[in-house]
Design a binder for this molecule. Structure first.
Ligand code: AMP
Length: 435
């Protein structure tokens, strides 16, 4: 078994202790190939979350922006009780933050590293894993990097698969050499990947599930050797020894999962019918609310096929902010007193008309009004001044920037915050957590 990773005790920098005035960061949970993961609490509802922090520069330098964008939109829509839920994606100038459901029970890896599981327990986790894999495959999503380290547990010891959708990105970062020092063990790699003749994502995931089931039952990995070439040879020839305590039914299933020929390797449908697998298996009920997305973006062009269209439609504003080029939106998260920006799906005309109506309603006077911009003044000696500017971001979204000036800052802030801003709330494009 490879060495167990330990969560370090590195504290977050003081500036990062509360993210976006919402997430109170406590301590480092662990780190993966391209990210640090912190434990945090949502100040709004006191929920526990895990926040995965990624350095934006690494993504941009690696030319991976499009991949990340796609993977996020997929991951946001995967809803399965055994998949770590991606609640929200946030970003500032330097970093991207994935706000994830918190898996309190830690890594399954840590549990099995202590002692191997009984067949009964191995089956329980394997059933949950196959339920996830079947769910994702039927939606055209493949993990491609399933391994024990990606299997977490919640407080009730229920399986939570993480990194579904992000793994392709992780792999590419590794290949890019940016993070060569953390190159993972190839012990889970399917033979067809080593042969480099192209591969089927579904078959590769099944192979990895076989490695995981083997490891749960035996406490070690089937193909492991300090010499990489020897390990590769063992994988290619399917050279592994099933421990003697294994039942004949499980032995049979393991040899079907770890079939070096992807064509004859067992499929998810066949696994579901397997006598060893079937014992006590309860099918999971899924939420199908991903089909009822409010967001009706028409741009679903992608090479991923029809299956993924609902997911791709779900690109939310944060994703756009994170990855828009040519227009620095990082300021959206600045806390400057004199400037606020929000996203809207309304037309510039409607936005300007609303601003005018609200401003006049609270006794302000319009001094400049253009198609995309309006300036209003008011108060004693016209000390209060507000400029609202609309900028197009995408076909459906605009950014509304509000600049407020007043010689007496407090009065000005009150005018904006208490009187004008509430009147504009109907224009704001609500992103909110994906829940
Ligand atoms: P990753 O980058 O996904 O490999 O995460 C690195 C480590 O952080 C994992 O091995 C876990 O120990 C921890 N971790 C990641 N995501 C979560 C989560 N949602 N809940 C709890 N711990 C997590």
């Amino acid at each position: 078994m490879p060495e167990l990773k330990h969560a370090g005790d590195e504290p977050p920098s003081p500036a990062e202790k509360t993210l976006f005035k919402r997430y109170e960061i406590s301590y480092l949970l662990g780190y993966g190939a391209f990210a640090k993961v912190y434990y945090a609490r949502d100040a709004h509802n006191k929920e526990h979350v895990a926040i995965k922090v990624i350095n934006k520069q690494k993504i941009i330098k690696g030319g991976l922006t499009a991949n990340v964008k796609r993977e996020i939109s997929i991951m946001r829509q995967l809803r399965h009780p055994n998949i770590v839920r991606l609640r929200e994606v946030l970003a500032n100038k330097k970093k991207i933050y994935f706000v994830l459901e918190y898996a309190r029970g830690g890594e399954l890896f840590a549990k099995v590293a202590k002692s191997r599981f009984s067949e009964h327990l191995s089956r329980r986790y394997f059933q949950q894993l196959i339920s996830v894999v079947g769910y994702c495959h039927s939606r055209g999503v493949f993990h491609r990097d399933l391994k024990l380290e990606n299997l977490l547990l919640d407080e009730k010891w229920k399986l939570k698969v993480t990194d579904f959708g992000l793994s392709a990105v992780t792999n590419q970062i590794r290949n890019d050499g940016l993070l060569h020092t953390v190159c993972g063990t190839p012990a889970y790699v399917a033979p067809e990947i080593l042969l480099k003749n192209g591969y089927d994502g579904a078959k590769v995931d099944i192979w990895s599930c076989g490695i995981i089931l083997f490891a749960l039952n035996s406490g070690y990995l089937p193909f492991n050797d300090s010499n990489l070439m020897v390990m590769y040879r063992k994988i290619l020839t399917g050279e592994f020894r099933i421990p003697q305590w294994t039942s004949p039914e499980l032995k049979r299933l393991l040899s079907r999962l770890l079939d070096t020929n992807p064509v004859t390797r067992i499929t998810v449908d066949e696994i579901l019918k397997d006598p060893w697998f079937k014992i006590g298996y309860e099918e999971v009920e899924f939420h199908h609310d991903y089909l009822e997305l409010k967001d009706n973006r028409s741009d679903t062009s992608s090479s991923t096929g029809d299956e993924l269209k609902p997911y791709l439609k779900a690109m939310n504003a944060f994703d756009i902010i994170t990855f828009s080029s040519g227009y620095d939106l990082s300021g959206l998260f600045d806390d400057r007193e004199d400037r606020e920006r929000f996203l809207s799906q309304d037309s510039p005309e409607k936005i300007i008309e609303t601003v005018v109506a609200v401003a006049e309603g609270v006794g302000l006077t319009v001094v400049v009004k253009k198609e995309w911009c309006v300036k209003v003044v008011g108060g004693y000696k016209c000390n209060f001044e507000m400029v609202v500017e609309v900028k197009r971001l995408t076909d459906e979204l605009v950014v509304v920037e509000v600049r407020v000036r007043e010689s007496e800052v407090e009065t000005g802030n009150r005018m904006w915050k208490d009187k004008v801003k509430p009147g504009l709330s109907g224009l704001v494009y609500e992103t909110g957590p994906a829940g």
